[in-house]
Write a protein that binds this ligand. Structure first.
Ligand SMILES: Nc1ncnc2c1ncn2[C@@H]1O[C@H](COP(=O)(O)OP(=O)(O)OP(=O)(O)O)[C@@H](O)[C@H]1O
Ligand SMILES: [Mg+2]
Length: 269
């Protein structure tokens, strides 16, 4: 079975899609088969790989919306898997056809809450699954948490209120009632500019608050990430010698190390 991560934060623009995009390249570089699932009706991750015109032209049966459409319940999942131009990276895209499903009351989704989990149980050709969630904790994020092994929370180093993070943790806690195996991979500091005192202070504060639940790797703000995205190539493939590419590779390795440590701990327990 693949290890499934959902990237969640109700804060917009904190790097959820960008992290999925580039991390997929790093995992593929490490020889893994990666499935990306776009659960955001904005479809940014899908557009990053497949182009906006193509993604907007897809009908609901070719996107993640298919899983929540009663008229498609008995259809095969085959049309959902879209290859990318990179070996080892496949994407299940999303566009506006997913928007009607993303209502604010997650607990009212009934059996649909398990739609992604059931889909993943039948899609076992992958080593890693990354689910990109929208900037809210509505149904799309909820069903992703119900299906995932780990939650990864990208955090830009500016939100000193931390109210937003508290809501994310409460939501994870709720989702564990349906998915007791859901674990926190932790907070990933993204878009960090070490020259800014405010960013360095935020990092320190987050580490004091959450300790080991903050990943060691910090994703800095770097134009290489943006440029690679506009070329539709994860930075690993677009500019492998850049600091951004090396950092993304370190992040992938840290995540894999944390998974092995977690598995060892659970075996002992
Ligand atoms: N480390 C980074 N360095 C430079 N630019 C970045 C970095 N991370 C993200 N960006 C840019 O910031 C913008 C927002 O990032 P992204 O789309 O990943 O955020 P998001 O959390 O997915 O947003 P949304 O909540 O709207 O889905 C994008 O233009 C992206 O290219
Ligand atoms: Mg996004």
């Amino acid at each position: 079975m693949a290890t499934t991560f959902c990237l969640i934060n109700q804060k917009g623009g904190c790097g959820k899609s960008s992290t999925c995009f580039h991390l997929a390249g790093a995992f593929a570089e490490l020889g893994m088969d990666v499935l990306l699932m776009d659960m955001d009706p904005q479809g940014s991750l899908s557009q990053g790989f497949l182009g906006s015109e193509f993604v907007e032209s897809l009908n609901s049966k070719e996107t993640m919306a298919m899983l929540f459409d009663e008229s498609s319940f008995f259809d095969s999942y085959d049309d959902l898997f879209h290859p990318t131009q990179f070996d080892g990276i496949t994407i299940c895209p999303a566009n506006q056809t997913l928007a009607p499903f993303n209502a604010p009351e997650p607990e009212e989704t009934g059996m649909l809450q398990f739609a992604i989990r059931e889909f993943l149980e039948e899609s076992n050709d992958f080593d890693v699954v990354l689910i990109d969630c929208p900037p809210n904790l509505y149904r799309c994020s909820w069903v992703s948490m119900v299906a995932a092994d780990y939650v990864l929370i990208p955090v830009p180093p500016e939100d000193f209120g931390t109210q937003g993070l508290r809501a994310v943790h409460q939501c994870v806690q709720q989702a564990r009632k349906l998915n007791p195996g859901l674990r926190r991979m932790g907070h990933l500091i993204t878009r960090c500019d070490n020259r800014l005192l405010v960013h360095r202070m935020y990092e320190q504060k987050l580490r004091e608050m959450y300790g080991n639940m903050v990943l060691d790797t910090v994703v800095t703000e770097a134009s290489a990430f943006k440029v690679a995205l506009t070329r539709r190539r994860p930075v690993q493939f677009h500019a492998p010698r850049t600091r951004a590419a090396k950092l993304t590779l370190s992040l992938a390795r840290e995540i894999l190390d944390r998974i092995s440590l977690d598995e060892r701990k659970r075996r002992v327990a």
